[in-house]
Design a protein. Structure first.
Length: 137
């Protein structure tokens, strides 16, 4: 995941005790993540271009981002990506509120991910804060 989506990968690693989506390359890691999250819509894919396109475009030809979007759309149409695996199967011992937070952090579209403020108020995080407060006294 790009940007704050890495927080979901870190949470998943903490829950699993090892890398959640360990890949052999960036592309392979993205493939693994996409097997466990809802398939991105065309607008979700376009959101990546709008968020990260300017920095990419400064380094590359302007056609690069359009090619990326087209390749990504073709890739997502392949049967491999349509066979989803639930996160709870990957993390069978994780609490449901942890899985909920993970799903919210791993959303493909950055605009649809949980914000930092929302994350700090999420029941899974709050339970740790409360435990810390209760056991510090």
């Amino acid at each position: 995941m790009i940007g704050d989506g890495f927080l979901g990968c870190i949470l998943g690693e903490m829950l699993l005790g090892k890398p959640l989506f360990q890949g052999t390359s960036t592309f392979n890691q993205l493939e693994r993540i996409l097997q466990h999250i809802p398939t991105p819509s065309h607008s979700d894919i376009a959101s990546i271009a709008s968020h990260y396109g300017p920095s990419v475009l400064e380094r590359a030809h302007s056609g690069y981002i359009h090619s990326f979007i087209r390749i990504f759309q073709i890739m997502l149409s392949m049967p491999f990506f349509r066979q989803k695996k639930p996160l709870d199967a990957l993390l069978p011992n994780a609490p449901e509120d942890a899985l909920d937070l993970l799903r919210r952090l791993l959303h493909f579209n950055p605009d649809k991910r949980i914000t930092a403020d929302e994350g700090l108020r999420h029941p899974y995080v709050v339970s740790y804060v409360l435990s810390y407060i209760l056991f510090q006294t």
